[in-house]
Design a protein around this ligand. Sequence first.
Ligand code: GLV
Ligand code: GLV
Length: 324
Amino acid sequence: MKKKVIAYGRVREKAQEKLRKAYDLQYFSGEEDLADETFKQALREAEGIIGLGIQVDETFLNHAPHLKVISNVSVGYDNLNLDEMTKRGIAGTNTPGVLNDTTADAIFGLLLATARRIPELDRYVKQGDWTAGLPESKFGYDVHHRKLGIIGMGRIGEAIAKRGHFGFDMEILYHNRSRKPELEAEYAAEYRELNDLLEESDFVCLMTPLTPETRRLMGHEQFARMKKSAIFINGSRGDTVDETALVEALQNGEIRSAGLDVFQEEPVSSNHPLLNMNQVVTLPHIGSATGATEDEMSLLAAENLDAVLSDKRPPNLLNEKVMS
Ligand code: GLV
Ligand code: GLV
């Protein structure tokens, strides 16, 4: 009998097709939770889950007694309680690497769109109001030759630094848990303590994973340290930011504007104050969402899942102890 596997949310058809050859795959759209009887029944029998954004805590795991692997179709894995999974012998995996350039393109696009007010101006043109975008108050803010401060210099942070340095002649500052001498050499990047980075940067780009240390990393004090002319970009997770503090910083002119791919609550509610500000540019958490990259992520996630269920070491194991 084929082992039962759940595909949850953004799992591309190519990867599902591949898995169906070896597994009994049941697909869920990604909106289901433990209140859904069909989903709960599937969980009772599943040995593997592949998907995006499934929230895994103790209660969830109690409903999944046969589970051996949760394979995230994402690089971030703040949705997984890895300690609890390790205790129960469940492997966790993610999909690093394959999304770096695609995500960096999206985050840089957001940075450009915010600085040059592209969505707002686009709206005026389409409304037939050509002149609304012409007064000086609607002029953009230069990106080239400015200081780009990157918080969280992982592989995506590095791809952003590369674009800033080589494409836009920007000065690169970064803050990270560890220094990265090779990046300092390659992109003339300079390490800064967090407060110094906030005070010096024209663009603050937040790219850290969400961990207990980075939760609400950006609050009142941090926004107040930024230049009034500076732009804040969030490409990490919504919970790295105190959104109330961000709203106030924007309303009080403590910072110029913000570009956001992520929110504390996703989907963000349509009456959220951030959505009523011209100086905020938003995306629906789609940093990696091109067809080619979503395919690669799903296929890598399928490979991770298949490895665990075949008693092999998966390429991207997050909790080493589970295999030792
Ligand atoms: C997207 O946010 C990811 O973690 O891949
Ligand atoms: C992780 O931080 C990554 O950027 O891949």
